[in-house]
Design a protein around this ligand. Sequence first.
Ligand code: HEC
Ligand code: HEC
Length: 472
Amino acid sequence: MQQIPTQPSTPRPSPIGRWLSVLVALTLWTTAGLVIPLALPGCGVTEIPDSVFYPLRSNPLVYLDKAPASAPPAFPPPGKPEVSLKWLEDQGVPILNPDSLEKAPWGTEWREEVNTFLLSQFGTPAKPRVGTEGVDGFATIAKLSETLQLTPAVLERGSKQYRRLCLHCHGLGGEGAGATSGWLNPLPRDFRQGEFKFISTAEHKLESGFQPLKARPRREDILRTLHLGLEGTSMPSFGLLAREDVEALASYTLHLSIRGEVEYWALFYALRQDPETLKAVEKDPAKESRTRAIRFLSGALEWEDPEADVEDFVSKAKGSLLPAGMAKLLDRILREYAAADKNSILPMVDPYPSDQPTPAQSLANGLKIFQAQCVNCHAGYGRQSALRFDNWGGVVRPANLTVPVYKGGRRPVDLYYRIIRGIPPCGMPKANVQEGDPARQAWDLVRFLIALPYPDSLPSDIRQQIHGGAKQ
Ligand code: HEC
Ligand code: HEC
Protein backbone atom coordinates (compact mmCIF):
# COMPACT_ATOMS: atom_id res chain seq x y z
CA MET A 1 0.00 0.00 0.00
CA GLN A 2 1.25 3.45 -0.81
CA GLN A 3 2.09 5.78 2.07
CA ILE A 4 0.35 9.11 2.07
CA PRO A 5 3.09 11.70 2.68
CA THR A 6 2.42 13.82 5.75
CA GLN A 7 4.98 16.48 4.76
CA PRO A 8 4.99 18.52 1.56
CA SER A 9 7.36 16.80 -0.82
CA THR A 10 9.23 20.03 -1.71
CA PRO A 11 12.04 20.67 0.78
CA ARG A 12 11.63 23.75 2.99
CA PRO A 13 13.89 26.62 1.83
CA SER A 14 16.64 27.85 4.16
CA PRO A 15 16.05 31.31 5.83
CA ILE A 16 18.26 32.95 3.16
CA GLY A 17 16.34 31.12 0.43
CA ARG A 18 13.10 32.39 1.92
CA TRP A 19 14.28 36.01 1.84
CA LEU A 20 15.46 35.56 -1.72
CA SER A 21 12.08 34.24 -2.85
CA VAL A 22 10.29 37.17 -1.15
CA LEU A 23 12.61 39.55 -3.01
CA VAL A 24 11.95 37.84 -6.34
CA ALA A 25 8.20 37.82 -5.72
CA LEU A 26 8.25 41.54 -4.84
CA THR A 27 10.22 42.39 -7.98
CA LEU A 28 7.86 40.39 -10.18
CA TRP A 29 4.85 41.93 -8.51
CA THR A 30 6.06 45.50 -9.02
CA THR A 31 7.06 44.83 -12.62
CA ALA A 32 3.72 43.19 -13.31
CA GLY A 33 1.97 46.16 -11.73
CA LEU A 34 3.72 48.43 -14.23
CA VAL A 35 3.48 46.20 -17.26
CA ILE A 36 -0.08 44.82 -17.04
CA PRO A 37 -1.91 48.17 -17.15
CA LEU A 38 0.26 49.20 -20.13
CA ALA A 39 -0.49 45.96 -21.90
CA LEU A 40 -4.26 45.96 -21.23
CA PRO A 41 -5.65 48.30 -23.89
CA GLY A 42 -6.21 46.25 -27.01
CA CYS A 43 -5.16 42.95 -25.52
CA GLY A 44 -7.41 42.16 -22.56
CA VAL A 45 -10.14 39.55 -22.21
CA THR A 46 -11.85 40.94 -25.28
CA GLU A 47 -9.22 39.50 -27.64
CA ILE A 48 -9.82 35.89 -28.47
CA PRO A 49 -7.96 33.63 -30.89
CA ASP A 50 -9.65 32.37 -34.07
CA SER A 51 -9.19 28.85 -32.79
CA VAL A 52 -11.74 29.28 -29.98
CA PHE A 53 -15.15 27.88 -31.00
CA TYR A 54 -18.57 28.27 -29.50
CA PRO A 55 -19.11 25.41 -27.05
CA LEU A 56 -21.14 22.44 -28.30
CA ARG A 57 -24.47 22.19 -26.60
CA SER A 58 -24.19 19.44 -24.02
CA ASN A 59 -26.71 20.47 -21.37
CA PRO A 60 -30.23 19.01 -21.57
CA LEU A 61 -32.98 20.43 -23.76
CA VAL A 62 -36.22 21.19 -21.98
CA TYR A 63 -39.43 21.28 -23.97
CA LEU A 64 -42.57 22.11 -22.02
CA ASP A 65 -45.56 21.87 -24.31
CA LYS A 66 -47.89 21.98 -21.32
CA ALA A 67 -47.54 23.10 -17.73
CA PRO A 68 -46.04 20.35 -15.53
CA ALA A 69 -48.51 18.72 -13.12
CA SER A 70 -46.92 19.92 -9.89
CA ALA A 71 -45.18 23.10 -8.89
CA PRO A 72 -41.48 23.08 -7.97
CA PRO A 73 -40.94 22.54 -4.21
CA ALA A 74 -38.40 25.37 -3.89
CA PHE A 75 -35.75 27.31 -5.81
CA PRO A 76 -32.80 25.04 -6.63
CA PRO A 77 -29.92 25.43 -4.15
CA PRO A 78 -27.28 28.03 -5.13
CA GLY A 79 -24.75 26.72 -7.65
CA LYS A 80 -27.00 23.76 -8.55
CA PRO A 81 -29.51 25.00 -11.14
CA GLU A 82 -29.72 21.50 -12.66
CA VAL A 83 -31.68 20.28 -9.63
CA SER A 84 -34.90 21.72 -11.09
CA LEU A 85 -34.47 19.51 -14.19
CA LYS A 86 -34.44 16.52 -11.91
CA TRP A 87 -37.75 17.69 -10.38
CA LEU A 88 -39.22 17.92 -13.86
CA GLU A 89 -37.92 14.54 -14.88
CA ASP A 90 -39.47 13.00 -11.76
CA GLN A 91 -42.84 14.22 -13.07
CA GLY A 92 -42.30 12.51 -16.41
CA VAL A 93 -41.38 15.65 -18.39
CA PRO A 94 -38.90 14.48 -21.06
CA ILE A 95 -35.46 16.02 -20.60
CA LEU A 96 -33.42 15.45 -23.77
CA ASN A 97 -29.72 14.94 -23.27
CA PRO A 98 -27.53 15.80 -26.31
CA ASP A 99 -24.76 13.54 -25.01
CA SER A 100 -27.05 10.54 -25.50
CA LEU A 101 -26.82 11.13 -29.28
CA GLU A 102 -23.47 9.34 -29.28
CA LYS A 103 -25.25 6.10 -28.45
CA ALA A 104 -27.20 6.05 -31.73
CA PRO A 105 -25.19 4.63 -34.67
CA TRP A 106 -26.08 7.74 -36.71
CA GLY A 107 -25.75 10.17 -33.75
CA THR A 108 -22.12 11.22 -34.25
CA GLU A 109 -22.70 12.04 -37.89
CA TRP A 110 -25.83 14.09 -37.03
CA ARG A 111 -23.90 16.03 -34.41
CA GLU A 112 -21.08 16.70 -36.87
CA GLU A 113 -23.50 17.98 -39.50
CA VAL A 114 -25.04 20.33 -36.95
CA ASN A 115 -21.62 21.60 -35.89
CA THR A 116 -20.41 22.08 -39.45
CA PHE A 117 -23.52 24.04 -40.35
CA LEU A 118 -23.29 26.24 -37.24
CA LEU A 119 -19.61 26.94 -37.80
CA SER A 120 -20.12 27.82 -41.46
CA GLN A 121 -23.17 30.05 -40.88
CA PHE A 122 -22.36 31.66 -37.53
CA GLY A 123 -18.54 31.64 -37.39
CA THR A 124 -16.55 31.80 -34.16
CA PRO A 125 -16.49 34.26 -31.24
CA ALA A 126 -13.58 36.06 -32.96
CA LYS A 127 -15.31 36.11 -36.37
CA PRO A 128 -19.05 35.95 -35.76
CA ARG A 129 -21.52 36.21 -38.65
CA VAL A 130 -25.00 35.20 -39.71
CA GLY A 131 -25.24 33.47 -43.09
CA THR A 132 -22.47 32.58 -45.53
CA GLU A 133 -22.44 32.05 -49.27
CA GLY A 134 -23.16 28.48 -50.29
CA VAL A 135 -26.13 27.95 -47.99
CA ASP A 136 -29.52 27.40 -49.65
CA GLY A 137 -31.39 30.71 -50.04
CA PHE A 138 -28.25 32.74 -49.27
CA ALA A 139 -29.51 35.86 -51.07
CA THR A 140 -32.52 36.23 -48.73
CA ILE A 141 -30.52 35.31 -45.65
CA ALA A 142 -27.84 37.89 -46.47
CA LYS A 143 -30.43 40.60 -47.07
CA LEU A 144 -32.24 39.85 -43.83
CA SER A 145 -28.95 39.82 -41.90
CA GLU A 146 -28.22 43.28 -43.20
CA THR A 147 -31.70 44.59 -42.29
CA LEU A 148 -31.26 43.20 -38.80
CA GLN A 149 -27.77 44.77 -38.45
CA LEU A 150 -26.07 41.40 -38.21
CA THR A 151 -23.14 42.21 -40.47
CA PRO A 152 -19.69 40.81 -39.55
CA ALA A 153 -18.23 44.21 -38.57
CA VAL A 154 -21.06 44.98 -36.12
CA LEU A 155 -20.99 41.45 -34.70
CA GLU A 156 -17.25 41.54 -34.18
CA ARG A 157 -17.59 44.73 -32.18
CA GLY A 158 -20.50 43.28 -30.22
CA SER A 159 -18.61 40.07 -29.53
CA LYS A 160 -15.71 42.01 -27.96
CA GLN A 161 -18.01 44.06 -25.74
CA TYR A 162 -19.93 40.91 -24.83
CA ARG A 163 -16.79 39.18 -23.58
CA ARG A 164 -15.97 42.26 -21.49
CA LEU A 165 -19.43 42.84 -20.02
CA CYS A 166 -21.76 39.86 -20.37
CA LEU A 167 -19.72 36.66 -20.64
CA HIS A 168 -19.27 36.10 -16.91
CA CYS A 169 -23.06 35.80 -16.57
CA HIS A 170 -24.37 34.71 -19.98
CA GLY A 171 -21.44 32.47 -21.03
CA LEU A 172 -19.42 32.34 -24.26
CA GLY A 173 -22.17 30.79 -26.38
CA GLY A 174 -25.07 32.54 -24.59
CA GLU A 175 -25.84 29.44 -22.54
CA GLY A 176 -26.49 31.52 -19.39
CA ALA A 177 -23.91 29.57 -17.43
CA GLY A 178 -20.98 31.97 -17.09
CA ALA A 179 -18.68 31.86 -14.06
CA THR A 180 -20.93 33.97 -11.78
CA SER A 181 -24.22 32.52 -12.98
CA GLY A 182 -24.72 29.68 -10.52
CA TRP A 183 -25.01 32.06 -7.59
CA LEU A 184 -27.67 34.28 -9.10
CA ASN A 185 -31.43 34.09 -8.76
CA PRO A 186 -32.99 34.53 -11.27
CA LEU A 187 -30.35 32.82 -13.40
CA PRO A 188 -28.85 34.73 -16.33
CA ARG A 189 -30.75 33.99 -19.49
CA ASP A 190 -29.84 31.08 -21.73
CA PHE A 191 -30.27 32.82 -25.09
CA ARG A 192 -30.13 29.55 -27.05
CA GLN A 193 -33.85 28.89 -26.93
CA GLY A 194 -34.59 32.09 -28.81
CA GLU A 195 -37.11 33.15 -26.18
CA PHE A 196 -37.43 36.60 -24.65
CA LYS A 197 -39.70 37.73 -21.86
CA PHE A 198 -39.93 41.48 -22.01
CA ILE A 199 -40.92 42.44 -25.51
CA SER A 200 -43.54 44.62 -27.17
CA THR A 201 -44.80 42.27 -29.88
CA ALA A 202 -47.41 39.54 -29.93
CA GLU A 203 -48.07 36.66 -32.31
CA HIS A 204 -49.89 37.86 -35.41
CA LYS A 205 -51.25 36.02 -38.38
CA LEU A 206 -49.25 36.07 -41.59
CA GLU A 207 -50.81 37.97 -44.46
CA SER A 208 -51.02 34.67 -46.33
CA GLY A 209 -53.16 33.35 -43.46
CA PHE A 210 -50.74 30.52 -42.63
CA GLN A 211 -49.19 29.77 -39.26
CA PRO A 212 -48.73 32.85 -37.09
CA LEU A 213 -45.25 34.27 -36.80
CA LYS A 214 -43.61 33.69 -33.45
CA ALA A 215 -43.46 36.91 -31.44
CA ARG A 216 -39.87 38.13 -31.63
CA PRO A 217 -38.33 41.10 -29.86
CA ARG A 218 -38.10 44.37 -31.74
CA ARG A 219 -34.63 45.87 -31.71
CA GLU A 220 -35.99 48.54 -29.36
CA ASP A 221 -36.92 45.86 -26.84
CA ILE A 222 -33.37 44.54 -26.59
CA LEU A 223 -32.00 48.08 -26.48
CA ARG A 224 -34.41 48.91 -23.65
CA THR A 225 -33.19 45.88 -21.67
CA LEU A 226 -29.58 46.93 -22.24
CA HIS A 227 -30.16 50.60 -21.39
CA LEU A 228 -32.18 50.01 -18.23
CA GLY A 229 -31.26 46.47 -17.18
CA LEU A 230 -33.95 44.26 -15.65
CA GLU A 231 -35.02 45.85 -12.39
CA GLY A 232 -34.95 43.56 -9.36
CA THR A 233 -32.53 41.10 -11.02
CA SER A 234 -28.75 41.01 -11.40
CA MET A 235 -29.05 42.03 -15.09
CA PRO A 236 -27.38 45.46 -14.94
CA SER A 237 -27.99 48.62 -16.92
CA PHE A 238 -25.53 49.42 -19.73
CA GLY A 239 -26.94 52.88 -20.32
CA LEU A 240 -23.56 54.60 -20.02
CA LEU A 241 -21.91 52.76 -22.91
CA ALA A 242 -21.36 54.45 -26.27
CA ARG A 243 -24.42 54.16 -28.52
CA GLU A 244 -22.49 52.07 -31.08
CA ASP A 245 -21.47 49.57 -28.42
CA VAL A 246 -25.02 49.10 -27.13
CA GLU A 247 -26.22 48.65 -30.72
CA ALA A 248 -23.45 46.12 -31.38
CA LEU A 249 -24.34 44.25 -28.18
CA ALA A 250 -27.99 44.08 -29.25
CA SER A 251 -26.90 42.61 -32.61
CA TYR A 252 -24.59 40.13 -30.94
CA THR A 253 -27.32 39.00 -28.53
CA LEU A 254 -29.48 38.25 -31.59
CA HIS A 255 -26.59 36.38 -33.20
CA LEU A 256 -26.18 34.10 -30.16
CA SER A 257 -29.89 33.67 -29.84
CA ILE A 258 -30.46 32.72 -33.49
CA ARG A 259 -27.46 30.41 -33.55
CA GLY A 260 -28.62 28.72 -30.36
CA GLU A 261 -32.16 28.30 -31.62
CA VAL A 262 -31.08 26.63 -34.86
CA GLU A 263 -28.91 24.26 -32.79
CA TYR A 264 -31.73 23.65 -30.30
CA TRP A 265 -34.25 22.49 -32.95
CA ALA A 266 -31.68 20.45 -34.91
CA LEU A 267 -30.84 18.54 -31.72
CA PHE A 268 -34.46 18.40 -30.58
CA TYR A 269 -35.54 16.51 -33.70
CA ALA A 270 -32.68 14.04 -33.24
CA LEU A 271 -33.61 13.35 -29.62
CA ARG A 272 -37.39 13.65 -29.33
CA GLN A 273 -39.23 10.46 -28.40
CA ASP A 274 -42.84 11.50 -29.09
CA PRO A 275 -45.23 8.77 -30.30
CA GLU A 276 -45.44 10.14 -33.86
CA THR A 277 -41.66 10.15 -34.35
CA LEU A 278 -41.30 6.70 -32.79
CA LYS A 279 -44.02 5.34 -35.10
CA ALA A 280 -42.32 6.81 -38.17
CA VAL A 281 -38.94 5.41 -37.06
CA GLU A 282 -40.39 1.95 -36.41
CA LYS A 283 -41.32 1.52 -40.07
CA ASP A 284 -37.67 1.33 -41.08
CA PRO A 285 -35.33 1.49 -38.09
CA ALA A 286 -32.23 1.38 -40.32
CA LYS A 287 -33.24 4.75 -41.73
CA GLU A 288 -33.88 6.49 -38.41
CA SER A 289 -31.56 9.37 -39.16
CA ARG A 290 -33.25 10.10 -42.51
CA THR A 291 -36.76 9.82 -40.99
CA ARG A 292 -35.85 12.28 -38.26
CA ALA A 293 -34.22 14.67 -40.74
CA ILE A 294 -37.38 14.63 -42.89
CA ARG A 295 -39.55 15.42 -39.88
CA PHE A 296 -37.24 18.32 -39.02
CA LEU A 297 -37.35 19.54 -42.61
CA SER A 298 -41.16 19.27 -42.75
CA GLY A 299 -41.42 21.46 -39.67
CA ALA A 300 -39.15 24.02 -41.31
CA LEU A 301 -41.07 23.94 -44.64
CA GLU A 302 -44.64 23.74 -43.40
CA TRP A 303 -44.62 26.78 -41.16
CA GLU A 304 -45.13 28.92 -44.21
CA ASP A 305 -47.20 26.56 -46.29
CA PRO A 306 -48.95 23.64 -44.59
CA GLU A 307 -49.47 22.14 -48.07
CA ALA A 308 -45.72 22.21 -48.85
CA ASP A 309 -44.68 19.22 -50.93
CA VAL A 310 -42.04 17.81 -48.59
CA GLU A 311 -41.55 14.63 -50.64
CA ASP A 312 -40.85 16.67 -53.75
CA PHE A 313 -38.30 18.76 -51.82
CA VAL A 314 -36.66 15.62 -50.44
CA SER A 315 -36.42 13.94 -53.84
CA LYS A 316 -34.83 17.03 -55.40
CA ALA A 317 -32.46 17.80 -52.49
CA LYS A 318 -28.85 17.41 -53.62
CA GLY A 319 -26.93 17.03 -50.40
CA SER A 320 -27.85 15.91 -46.92
CA LEU A 321 -31.31 16.81 -45.62
CA LEU A 322 -30.29 18.09 -42.19
CA PRO A 323 -28.34 21.16 -43.37
CA ALA A 324 -31.15 21.93 -45.84
CA GLY A 325 -33.60 21.93 -42.92
CA MET A 326 -31.28 24.12 -40.84
CA ALA A 327 -31.00 26.63 -43.69
CA LYS A 328 -34.81 26.79 -43.98
CA LEU A 329 -35.10 27.26 -40.23
CA LEU A 330 -32.50 30.03 -40.25
CA ASP A 331 -34.42 31.77 -43.03
CA ARG A 332 -37.67 31.49 -41.05
CA ILE A 333 -36.19 32.84 -37.82
CA LEU A 334 -34.61 35.80 -39.61
CA ARG A 335 -37.89 36.60 -41.32
CA GLU A 336 -39.71 36.52 -38.02
CA TYR A 337 -37.22 38.96 -36.48
CA ALA A 338 -37.49 41.21 -39.50
CA ALA A 339 -41.29 41.21 -39.14
CA ALA A 340 -41.19 42.10 -35.44
CA ASP A 341 -41.89 45.78 -36.03
CA LYS A 342 -45.02 44.84 -37.95
CA ASN A 343 -46.13 42.66 -35.04
CA SER A 344 -45.89 45.47 -32.47
CA ILE A 345 -48.61 45.67 -29.91
CA LEU A 346 -50.47 48.89 -30.61
CA PRO A 347 -51.85 50.33 -27.39
CA MET A 348 -54.83 52.61 -27.71
CA VAL A 349 -54.20 56.02 -26.20
CA ASP A 350 -54.53 55.93 -22.42
CA PRO A 351 -58.08 57.25 -22.01
CA TYR A 352 -57.43 58.88 -18.64
CA PRO A 353 -55.60 62.22 -18.26
CA SER A 354 -52.14 61.52 -16.82
CA ASP A 355 -52.15 64.55 -14.49
CA GLN A 356 -55.27 63.49 -12.61
CA PRO A 357 -55.95 60.59 -10.25
CA THR A 358 -57.39 57.53 -11.92
CA PRO A 359 -61.20 57.44 -11.54
CA ALA A 360 -62.32 55.03 -8.80
CA GLN A 361 -64.51 53.21 -11.32
CA SER A 362 -61.45 52.36 -13.45
CA LEU A 363 -59.56 50.96 -10.43
CA ALA A 364 -62.59 48.91 -9.39
CA ASN A 365 -62.81 47.54 -12.90
CA GLY A 366 -59.08 46.72 -12.94
CA LEU A 367 -59.42 44.92 -9.60
CA LYS A 368 -62.32 42.88 -10.96
CA ILE A 369 -60.30 41.72 -13.98
CA PHE A 370 -57.33 40.98 -11.75
CA GLN A 371 -59.40 38.83 -9.44
CA ALA A 372 -60.88 36.92 -12.34
CA GLN A 373 -57.70 36.33 -14.35
CA CYS A 374 -54.57 36.89 -12.30
CA VAL A 375 -54.97 35.84 -8.65
CA ASN A 376 -54.60 32.15 -9.33
CA CYS A 377 -50.90 32.79 -9.94
CA HIS A 378 -50.42 36.17 -8.23
CA ALA A 379 -52.04 34.92 -5.01
CA GLY A 380 -52.48 37.63 -2.40
CA TYR A 381 -51.63 40.13 -5.21
CA GLY A 382 -48.34 38.27 -5.55
CA ARG A 383 -47.41 38.21 -1.87
CA GLN A 384 -48.14 34.50 -1.66
CA SER A 385 -47.47 33.37 -5.23
CA ALA A 386 -46.61 29.71 -5.62
CA LEU A 387 -43.43 28.92 -7.59
CA ARG A 388 -43.66 27.77 -11.21
CA PHE A 389 -41.37 26.12 -13.78
CA ASP A 390 -40.30 28.24 -16.73
CA ASN A 391 -39.55 27.13 -20.30
CA TRP A 392 -35.86 26.69 -19.51
CA GLY A 393 -36.71 24.20 -16.77
CA GLY A 394 -35.86 26.82 -14.15
CA VAL A 395 -37.98 28.08 -11.28
CA VAL A 396 -39.73 31.45 -11.23
CA ARG A 397 -42.06 33.21 -8.81
CA PRO A 398 -45.03 35.19 -10.15
CA ALA A 399 -44.21 38.78 -9.24
CA ASN A 400 -45.28 40.33 -5.96
CA LEU A 401 -47.31 43.18 -7.44
CA THR A 402 -47.69 45.04 -4.13
CA VAL A 403 -44.03 46.06 -4.58
CA PRO A 404 -43.42 48.41 -7.51
CA VAL A 405 -40.45 46.57 -9.05
CA TYR A 406 -40.95 45.50 -12.65
CA LYS A 407 -38.26 43.62 -14.54
CA GLY A 408 -39.58 44.71 -17.91
CA GLY A 409 -39.94 48.42 -17.12
CA ARG A 410 -42.24 50.63 -15.08
CA ARG A 411 -43.79 52.83 -17.77
CA PRO A 412 -47.54 52.24 -18.05
CA VAL A 413 -46.94 51.03 -21.60
CA ASP A 414 -44.52 48.35 -20.34
CA LEU A 415 -47.26 46.92 -18.13
CA TYR A 416 -49.65 47.19 -21.08
CA TYR A 417 -47.28 45.04 -23.17
CA ARG A 418 -47.00 42.45 -20.36
CA ILE A 419 -50.79 42.19 -20.16
CA ILE A 420 -51.44 41.97 -23.91
CA ARG A 421 -48.71 39.39 -24.64
CA GLY A 422 -48.40 37.72 -21.27
CA ILE A 423 -44.93 36.34 -20.43
CA PRO A 424 -45.15 33.03 -22.36
CA PRO A 425 -41.72 31.68 -21.36
CA CYS A 426 -42.92 31.78 -17.73
CA GLY A 427 -46.37 30.41 -18.49
CA MET A 428 -48.09 33.76 -17.85
CA PRO A 429 -50.96 33.89 -20.36
CA LYS A 430 -52.10 37.04 -22.12
CA ALA A 431 -54.98 38.77 -20.38
CA ASN A 432 -58.41 38.32 -21.83
CA VAL A 433 -58.68 41.94 -22.95
CA GLN A 434 -58.29 43.18 -26.48
CA GLU A 435 -55.43 45.14 -27.91
CA GLY A 436 -56.75 48.64 -28.67
CA ASP A 437 -59.69 47.63 -26.49
CA PRO A 438 -62.59 50.09 -26.82
CA ALA A 439 -63.91 49.03 -23.41
CA ARG A 440 -60.68 50.35 -21.86
CA GLN A 441 -60.21 47.13 -19.92
CA ALA A 442 -56.49 46.94 -20.65
CA TRP A 443 -55.93 50.45 -19.28
CA ASP A 444 -58.14 49.78 -16.26
CA LEU A 445 -55.90 46.82 -15.46
CA VAL A 446 -52.72 48.85 -16.00
CA ARG A 447 -54.07 51.69 -13.85
CA PHE A 448 -54.94 49.20 -11.13
CA LEU A 449 -51.44 47.64 -11.24
CA ILE A 450 -49.83 51.07 -10.99
CA ALA A 451 -51.95 52.05 -7.96
CA LEU A 452 -51.75 48.63 -6.26
CA PRO A 453 -48.49 49.13 -4.28
CA TYR A 454 -49.61 52.52 -2.94
CA PRO A 455 -52.49 52.28 -0.40
CA ASP A 456 -53.15 56.03 -0.57
CA SER A 457 -53.93 55.94 -4.26
CA LEU A 458 -56.67 53.33 -3.85
CA PRO A 459 -60.30 54.05 -2.87
CA SER A 460 -60.87 53.09 0.78
CA ASP A 461 -62.89 49.92 0.11
CA ILE A 462 -60.22 48.55 -2.26
CA ARG A 463 -57.43 49.68 0.06
CA GLN A 464 -59.03 47.87 2.96
CA GLN A 465 -59.30 44.70 0.89
CA ILE A 466 -55.66 44.73 -0.29
CA HIS A 467 -53.65 46.48 2.40
CA GLY A 468 -55.91 46.34 5.47
CA GLY A 469 -55.34 49.52 7.47
CA ALA A 470 -51.87 50.24 5.97
CA LYS A 471 -51.13 53.75 4.68
CA GLN A 472 -48.34 54.94 2.43
C1 HEC B 1 -24.59 39.98 -13.39
C2 HEC B 1 -25.13 39.11 -14.39
C3 HEC B 1 -25.52 39.67 -15.74
C4 HEC B 1 -24.74 40.39 -16.62
C5 HEC B 1 -23.34 40.91 -16.41
C6 HEC B 1 -25.54 40.55 -17.80
N1 HEC B 1 -26.75 39.97 -17.64
FE1 HEC B 1 -28.25 39.85 -19.03
N2 HEC B 1 -29.43 38.90 -17.72
C7 HEC B 1 -29.07 38.54 -16.45
C8 HEC B 1 -30.19 37.89 -15.80
C9 HEC B 1 -30.19 37.37 -14.38
C10 HEC B 1 -31.25 37.85 -16.75
C11 HEC B 1 -32.61 37.19 -16.60
C12 HEC B 1 -33.57 37.87 -15.70
C13 HEC B 1 -34.91 37.17 -15.66
O1 HEC B 1 -35.26 36.49 -16.60
O2 HEC B 1 -35.61 37.34 -14.69
C14 HEC B 1 -30.72 38.49 -17.95
C15 HEC B 1 -31.46 38.63 -19.11
C16 HEC B 1 -31.00 39.21 -20.27
C17 HEC B 1 -31.77 39.38 -21.48
C18 HEC B 1 -33.20 38.91 -21.74
C19 HEC B 1 -34.28 39.98 -21.71
C20 HEC B 1 -35.66 39.46 -22.04
O3 HEC B 1 -36.48 40.23 -22.57
O4 HEC B 1 -35.98 38.31 -21.80
C21 HEC B 1 -30.93 39.97 -22.40
C22 HEC B 1 -31.26 40.33 -23.84
C23 HEC B 1 -29.66 40.20 -21.74
N3 HEC B 1 -29.73 39.74 -20.44
C24 HEC B 1 -28.54 40.73 -22.37
C25 HEC B 1 -27.34 41.00 -21.70
C26 HEC B 1 -26.20 41.59 -22.35
C27 HEC B 1 -26.10 41.91 -23.82
C28 HEC B 1 -25.26 41.77 -21.38
C29 HEC B 1 -23.91 42.44 -21.49
C30 HEC B 1 -23.91 43.76 -22.09
C31 HEC B 1 -25.78 41.24 -20.14
N4 HEC B 1 -27.05 40.77 -20.37
C32 HEC B 1 -25.09 41.19 -18.94
C33 HEC B 1 -27.86 38.74 -15.83
C34 HEC B 1 -26.80 39.42 -16.39
C1 HEC C 1 -50.08 31.18 -15.00
C2 HEC C 1 -49.58 32.09 -14.03
C3 HEC C 1 -49.79 33.57 -14.21
C4 HEC C 1 -50.97 34.24 -14.45
C5 HEC C 1 -52.37 33.68 -14.62
C6 HEC C 1 -50.63 35.64 -14.46
N1 HEC C 1 -49.28 35.82 -14.24
FE1 HEC C 1 -48.31 37.58 -14.13
N2 HEC C 1 -46.55 36.61 -13.84
C7 HEC C 1 -46.41 35.24 -13.77
C8 HEC C 1 -45.02 34.93 -13.57
C9 HEC C 1 -44.43 33.53 -13.43
C10 HEC C 1 -44.34 36.15 -13.51
C11 HEC C 1 -42.86 36.36 -13.25
C12 HEC C 1 -42.07 36.48 -14.52
C13 HEC C 1 -40.61 36.69 -14.22
O1 HEC C 1 -40.25 37.11 -13.14
O2 HEC C 1 -39.82 36.45 -15.11
C14 HEC C 1 -45.33 37.19 -13.68
C15 HEC C 1 -45.03 38.54 -13.68
C16 HEC C 1 -45.98 39.55 -13.82
C17 HEC C 1 -45.68 40.95 -13.81
C18 HEC C 1 -44.33 41.59 -13.62
C19 HEC C 1 -43.69 41.95 -14.95
C20 HEC C 1 -42.31 42.56 -14.77
O3 HEC C 1 -41.96 43.40 -15.61
O4 HEC C 1 -41.60 42.19 -13.84
C21 HEC C 1 -46.88 41.62 -13.98
C22 HEC C 1 -47.08 43.12 -14.05
C23 HEC C 1 -47.90 40.62 -14.10
N3 HEC C 1 -47.33 39.36 -14.00
C24 HEC C 1 -49.24 40.90 -14.26
C25 HEC C 1 -50.22 39.94 -14.43
C26 HEC C 1 -51.61 40.26 -14.66
C27 HEC C 1 -52.17 41.65 -14.72
C28 HEC C 1 -52.25 39.06 -14.79
C29 HEC C 1 -53.70 38.83 -15.11
C30 HEC C 1 -54.23 39.45 -16.29
C31 HEC C 1 -51.26 38.00 -14.63
N4 HEC C 1 -50.03 38.58 -14.40
C32 HEC C 1 -51.55 36.66 -14.68
C33 HEC C 1 -47.40 34.30 -13.87
C34 HEC C 1 -48.75 34.57 -14.10
